[in-house]
Design a protein around this ligand. Structure first.
Ligand code: GLN
Length: 245
Protein backbone atom coordinates (compact mmCIF):
# COMPACT_ATOMS: atom_id res chain seq x y z
CA UNK A 1 0.00 0.00 0.00
CA UNK A 2 1.26 3.46 -0.79
CA UNK A 3 2.15 5.42 2.26
CA UNK A 4 0.36 8.77 1.78
CA UNK A 5 2.83 10.65 3.94
CA UNK A 6 5.67 9.43 1.72
CA UNK A 7 3.78 10.27 -1.43
CA UNK A 8 3.16 13.85 -0.32
CA UNK A 9 6.45 14.35 1.43
CA UNK A 10 7.81 17.28 -0.62
CA UNK A 11 4.67 19.32 -0.03
CA UNK A 12 4.59 18.49 3.68
CA UNK A 13 8.22 19.38 4.10
CA UNK A 14 7.69 22.79 2.56
CA UNK A 15 4.45 23.52 4.37
CA UNK A 16 5.68 22.29 7.73
CA UNK A 17 7.29 25.69 8.31
CA UNK A 18 4.02 27.44 7.76
CA UNK A 19 1.78 27.59 10.86
CA UNK A 20 -1.38 27.03 8.78
CA UNK A 21 -0.07 23.61 7.71
CA UNK A 22 -0.67 22.40 11.28
CA UNK A 23 -4.20 23.75 11.38
CA UNK A 24 -5.67 23.26 7.92
CA UNK A 25 -9.17 23.87 9.26
CA UNK A 26 -8.20 27.48 9.94
CA UNK A 27 -7.29 28.23 6.33
CA UNK A 28 -9.20 31.28 5.16
CA UNK A 29 -12.42 30.37 3.36
CA UNK A 30 -12.84 31.63 -0.19
CA UNK A 31 -14.45 35.00 0.33
CA UNK A 32 -14.67 35.88 -3.35
CA UNK A 33 -18.14 36.31 -4.84
CA UNK A 34 -19.21 33.40 -7.04
CA UNK A 35 -20.08 34.56 -10.54
CA UNK A 36 -21.59 32.16 -13.06
CA UNK A 37 -20.83 32.45 -16.77
CA UNK A 38 -23.61 31.26 -19.03
CA UNK A 39 -21.71 28.75 -21.12
CA UNK A 40 -24.23 27.56 -23.69
CA UNK A 41 -22.37 29.39 -26.42
CA UNK A 42 -19.92 32.28 -26.69
CA UNK A 43 -16.64 33.47 -25.24
CA UNK A 44 -16.63 31.87 -21.80
CA UNK A 45 -12.92 31.46 -21.14
CA UNK A 46 -12.10 35.14 -21.64
CA UNK A 47 -14.81 36.19 -19.16
CA UNK A 48 -13.54 33.62 -16.70
CA UNK A 49 -10.02 35.09 -16.79
CA UNK A 50 -11.33 38.66 -16.54
CA UNK A 51 -13.57 37.80 -13.57
CA UNK A 52 -10.72 36.09 -11.79
CA UNK A 53 -8.52 39.13 -12.36
CA UNK A 54 -11.32 41.30 -10.94
CA UNK A 55 -11.35 39.22 -7.73
CA UNK A 56 -14.34 36.91 -8.32
CA UNK A 57 -14.67 33.13 -8.38
CA UNK A 58 -15.97 32.25 -11.85
CA UNK A 59 -18.05 29.10 -12.36
CA UNK A 60 -19.52 27.71 -15.55
CA UNK A 61 -23.32 27.52 -15.95
CA UNK A 62 -24.51 24.97 -18.49
CA UNK A 63 -27.85 23.79 -17.14
CA UNK A 64 -30.67 24.87 -14.83
CA UNK A 65 -29.03 22.75 -12.10
CA UNK A 66 -25.91 24.95 -12.33
CA UNK A 67 -27.98 27.98 -11.35
CA UNK A 68 -27.45 26.64 -7.86
CA UNK A 69 -30.06 26.68 -5.09
CA UNK A 70 -27.98 24.42 -2.83
CA UNK A 71 -26.12 26.35 -0.12
CA UNK A 72 -22.57 26.94 -1.28
CA UNK A 73 -23.59 26.65 -4.94
CA UNK A 74 -25.52 29.88 -4.87
CA UNK A 75 -24.52 32.36 -7.55
CA UNK A 76 -23.83 35.92 -6.47
CA UNK A 77 -23.92 37.11 -10.07
CA UNK A 78 -24.12 35.97 -13.67
CA UNK A 79 -22.30 36.93 -16.87
CA UNK A 80 -24.07 36.45 -20.20
CA UNK A 81 -21.31 36.47 -22.81
CA UNK A 82 -21.28 37.52 -26.43
CA UNK A 83 -21.97 35.04 -29.16
CA UNK A 84 -25.17 34.77 -31.14
CA UNK A 85 -28.36 35.78 -29.36
CA UNK A 86 -30.63 33.69 -31.63
CA UNK A 87 -28.67 30.52 -30.77
CA UNK A 88 -28.55 31.48 -27.11
CA UNK A 89 -32.34 31.94 -27.06
CA UNK A 90 -32.91 28.56 -28.71
CA UNK A 91 -30.60 26.82 -26.23
CA UNK A 92 -32.10 28.57 -23.18
CA UNK A 93 -35.53 27.34 -24.22
CA UNK A 94 -34.28 23.82 -25.11
CA UNK A 95 -32.51 23.45 -21.74
CA UNK A 96 -35.45 24.82 -19.71
CA UNK A 97 -33.34 27.67 -18.44
CA UNK A 98 -35.33 30.66 -19.66
CA UNK A 99 -37.95 30.70 -16.89
CA UNK A 100 -35.55 30.04 -13.97
CA UNK A 101 -33.15 32.70 -15.25
CA UNK A 102 -35.93 35.25 -15.68
CA UNK A 103 -37.01 34.49 -12.14
CA UNK A 104 -33.50 34.92 -10.71
CA UNK A 105 -32.95 38.18 -12.59
CA UNK A 106 -36.39 39.42 -11.54
CA UNK A 107 -35.50 38.58 -7.92
CA UNK A 108 -32.41 40.81 -8.14
CA UNK A 109 -29.55 38.52 -9.22
CA UNK A 110 -26.85 40.86 -10.57
CA UNK A 111 -26.19 40.12 -14.23
CA UNK A 112 -23.82 41.50 -16.84
CA UNK A 113 -24.43 40.97 -20.55
CA UNK A 114 -21.90 41.79 -23.26
CA UNK A 115 -22.94 42.04 -26.92
CA UNK A 116 -25.36 39.11 -27.44
CA UNK A 117 -25.69 39.18 -23.62
CA UNK A 118 -26.82 42.81 -23.83
CA UNK A 119 -29.49 41.75 -26.34
CA UNK A 120 -30.67 39.01 -23.97
CA UNK A 121 -31.11 41.53 -21.13
CA UNK A 122 -33.11 44.04 -23.21
CA UNK A 123 -36.84 44.55 -22.67
CA UNK A 124 -37.24 45.43 -26.39
CA UNK A 125 -35.18 44.24 -29.38
CA UNK A 126 -35.20 45.56 -32.93
CA UNK A 127 -34.14 43.10 -35.60
CA UNK A 128 -34.99 40.08 -33.48
CA UNK A 129 -35.65 36.77 -35.18
CA UNK A 130 -39.29 35.78 -35.24
CA UNK A 131 -40.20 34.04 -31.99
CA UNK A 132 -36.81 34.82 -30.40
CA UNK A 133 -37.05 34.73 -26.60
CA UNK A 134 -35.22 37.15 -24.31
CA UNK A 135 -34.55 37.39 -20.59
CA UNK A 136 -35.27 41.10 -20.38
CA UNK A 137 -34.73 43.21 -17.28
CA UNK A 138 -33.30 46.45 -18.65
CA UNK A 139 -35.84 49.05 -19.82
CA UNK A 140 -34.20 49.71 -23.19
CA UNK A 141 -34.57 49.08 -26.90
CA UNK A 142 -31.55 47.38 -28.42
CA UNK A 143 -30.95 47.12 -32.16
CA UNK A 144 -29.21 43.92 -33.25
CA UNK A 145 -26.30 44.17 -35.71
CA UNK A 146 -26.66 47.94 -35.48
CA UNK A 147 -23.16 48.80 -36.68
CA UNK A 148 -24.16 47.35 -40.06
CA UNK A 149 -23.93 43.76 -41.17
CA UNK A 150 -20.95 44.56 -43.34
CA UNK A 151 -19.07 46.00 -40.35
CA UNK A 152 -17.90 42.82 -38.66
CA UNK A 153 -15.67 44.53 -36.20
CA UNK A 154 -15.23 48.12 -35.08
CA UNK A 155 -13.01 49.56 -32.34
CA UNK A 156 -13.01 52.83 -30.45
CA UNK A 157 -11.34 54.35 -27.40
CA UNK A 158 -14.22 55.23 -25.09
CA UNK A 159 -14.15 57.87 -22.42
CA UNK A 160 -16.54 56.63 -19.77
CA UNK A 161 -15.86 57.83 -16.22
CA UNK A 162 -18.57 55.49 -14.86
CA UNK A 163 -16.44 52.59 -16.12
CA UNK A 164 -13.21 54.07 -14.77
CA UNK A 165 -12.16 55.28 -18.23
CA UNK A 166 -11.02 58.90 -18.07
CA UNK A 167 -9.53 60.94 -20.90
CA UNK A 168 -5.95 60.01 -19.94
CA UNK A 169 -6.79 56.30 -19.93
CA UNK A 170 -9.70 55.56 -22.27
CA UNK A 171 -11.21 52.13 -22.66
CA UNK A 172 -10.46 50.27 -25.88
CA UNK A 173 -13.85 48.91 -26.91
CA UNK A 174 -14.12 46.09 -29.43
CA UNK A 175 -17.48 45.76 -31.20
CA UNK A 176 -18.15 42.51 -33.09
CA UNK A 177 -21.41 42.47 -35.09
CA UNK A 178 -22.57 44.47 -32.13
CA UNK A 179 -25.91 45.92 -31.08
CA UNK A 180 -26.38 49.46 -29.79
CA UNK A 181 -29.03 50.93 -27.55
CA UNK A 182 -31.68 52.96 -29.39
CA UNK A 183 -33.43 54.37 -26.32
CA UNK A 184 -33.62 53.85 -22.57
CA UNK A 185 -36.33 54.26 -19.95
CA UNK A 186 -35.99 56.72 -17.05
CA UNK A 187 -34.45 54.19 -14.65
CA UNK A 188 -31.52 53.36 -16.90
CA UNK A 189 -28.09 54.96 -16.44
CA UNK A 190 -26.09 55.55 -19.62
CA UNK A 191 -22.47 54.62 -18.86
CA UNK A 192 -20.83 55.04 -22.27
CA UNK A 193 -21.54 56.36 -25.75
CA UNK A 194 -19.40 56.23 -28.88
CA UNK A 195 -17.56 59.39 -29.90
CA UNK A 196 -16.20 58.53 -33.30
CA UNK A 197 -19.51 57.05 -34.39
CA UNK A 198 -19.94 59.50 -37.23
CA UNK A 199 -16.49 58.92 -38.62
CA UNK A 200 -17.21 55.20 -38.69
CA UNK A 201 -20.46 55.82 -40.51
CA UNK A 202 -22.55 54.55 -37.65
CA UNK A 203 -23.48 57.68 -35.72
CA UNK A 204 -26.76 59.45 -35.21
CA UNK A 205 -27.29 63.21 -35.38
CA UNK A 206 -25.09 63.70 -32.32
CA UNK A 207 -22.50 61.19 -33.50
CA UNK A 208 -22.86 59.14 -30.34
CA UNK A 209 -24.50 55.81 -29.73
CA UNK A 210 -25.28 54.32 -26.35
CA UNK A 211 -23.05 51.29 -25.81
CA UNK A 212 -23.05 50.70 -22.03
CA UNK A 213 -25.91 50.92 -19.54
CA UNK A 214 -26.88 49.96 -16.02
CA UNK A 215 -30.24 49.53 -14.35
CA UNK A 216 -30.20 48.42 -10.72
CA UNK A 217 -28.18 45.19 -10.56
CA UNK A 218 -28.04 44.78 -14.35
CA UNK A 219 -25.13 45.92 -16.49
CA UNK A 220 -24.79 45.65 -20.28
CA UNK A 221 -22.21 46.63 -22.89
CA UNK A 222 -22.39 46.42 -26.70
CA UNK A 223 -18.67 45.73 -26.78
CA UNK A 224 -16.45 42.89 -25.56
CA UNK A 225 -14.32 44.01 -22.60
CA UNK A 226 -13.17 40.44 -22.00
CA UNK A 227 -10.80 40.55 -24.96
CA UNK A 228 -7.44 41.92 -23.88
CA UNK A 229 -6.17 42.52 -20.40
CA UNK A 230 -8.19 45.61 -19.37
CA UNK A 231 -10.68 44.48 -16.73
CA UNK A 232 -12.30 47.75 -15.76
CA UNK A 233 -15.80 46.70 -16.84
CA UNK A 234 -15.48 43.43 -14.92
CA UNK A 235 -14.23 45.42 -11.91
CA UNK A 236 -17.42 47.49 -12.06
CA UNK A 237 -19.58 44.36 -12.26
CA UNK A 238 -17.74 42.58 -9.44
CA UNK A 239 -18.21 45.62 -7.20
CA UNK A 240 -21.94 45.69 -8.06
CA UNK A 241 -22.08 42.03 -7.01
CA UNK A 242 -20.03 42.55 -3.87
CA UNK A 243 -22.24 45.43 -2.73
CA UNK A 244 -25.29 43.17 -2.88
CA UNK A 245 -23.77 39.87 -1.71
N1 GLN B 1 -24.90 39.83 -33.67
C1 GLN B 1 -24.98 38.97 -32.53
C2 GLN B 1 -26.43 38.75 -32.09
O1 GLN B 1 -27.33 39.33 -32.59
C3 GLN B 1 -24.18 39.50 -31.36
C4 GLN B 1 -22.71 39.47 -31.70
C5 GLN B 1 -21.80 39.26 -30.51
O2 GLN B 1 -22.22 38.89 -29.43
N2 GLN B 1 -20.52 39.41 -30.75
O3 GLN B 1 -26.66 38.00 -31.22
Amino acid sequence: MTNPSRRHRPVQTMDAHHPRALFPALAAPDSRPTIGILALQGDVREHSLALEAAGARPVVVRSAADLGDAPGDRLDGLVIPGGESTTMSTLLVAFDMLAPLRELIGAGLPAYGSCAGMIMLADRVEGAQEGQAFLGGIDMTVRRNAFGRQVDSYEEDLIAPALGAERERPLRAVFIRAPWVEEVGPGVEILATTRAGRAAGVGGADGGRIVAVRQGALLATSFHPEVGSDHRVHDVFVSMVTRRA
